[in-house]
Design a protein around this ligand. Sequence first.
Ligand code: NAP
Length: 276
Amino acid sequence: MKLNPSSVRLKLTMEIKEYVLQEKERIKAEVASMSEAPVLSIITVGHNPASESYVRGKKKDSAEVGITAIQTQFEEDVTEEEVLSLIRKQNADPSITGILVQLPVPKHISEKHINETIAPEKDVDGFVLGSKYICCTPKGIVDYLAADGFDFTGKNAVVLGRSDIVGKPMARLLLNKNCNVTVLHSKTKEEDRRMYLKNADLIVVAIGKEAFIDHTYELKPTAWLVDVGINKGEDGHLHGDAEPNLPIAKQTPVPGGVGLLTRLALLKNLMEAKKQ
Ligand code: NAP
């Protein structure tokens, strides 16, 4: 049966959802077999609506697999020292498995100081330099691609974006998987971008620009595209960095794609932290 593009898109959404569900069932069984469940500390500052929604998702995921999530909510005017002091206290508390501070935090608090204060063995977001864990978004993507049968070795991977939390760790992971990795950024010339993308077997786009990769790009029909972007469109809905239904082999949907994989990777990092 020939699928039309919209049913292909629906099928891929289901695939990621099914994969995440299966993985969560596996984690749930593993938690149930432990003498004590991992404990995730979530620290939030202020009331950013997007952050509040992400935190709700993390608490829901944790509850579903039997992980205990405790949230400490600071008001906007909390001092940096108060936040750092709680992190230091939780670093030393053996009952806390992992700590994450939901970013962004207000400007008077330094994200760098936060990241430097979380103990590497408790940094389940994987943000700290020297963290024991892989950053959640790149880890979630690579685990999913591997589970879905993507053969990394010798493939041309192009990563668009070079942020510390997505682009750079993504490129490093793909290099470790033996891909030939090219990283593009805002200073890349358009003609070069088109040339690199034309030869790409795997495209990971993480730039935060709605439908930036569109149908004008010549892409390999066998290419896989992972869309990390989350952009609120004028229609009020969430959109990716790529136009939907590009004529390629596989494209992850937005929403219902990388966001779910990122949340799953956090649970996996927590399990790893508990085992250590
Ligand atoms: P970021 O810190 O703003 O970085 C954006 C990157 O895109 C920068 O490296 C920038 O290059 C690059 N860029 C901008 N314009 C470009 C262009 N024309 N061509 C190539 N590269 C270009 O963003 P981020 O934190 O990495 O996040 C990127 C997107 O992913 C956002 O939409 C974010 O919401 C989303 N995200 C989703 C998840 C998830 O779980 N689904 C997780 C994290 C992020 P320069 O370095 O040259 O400025």
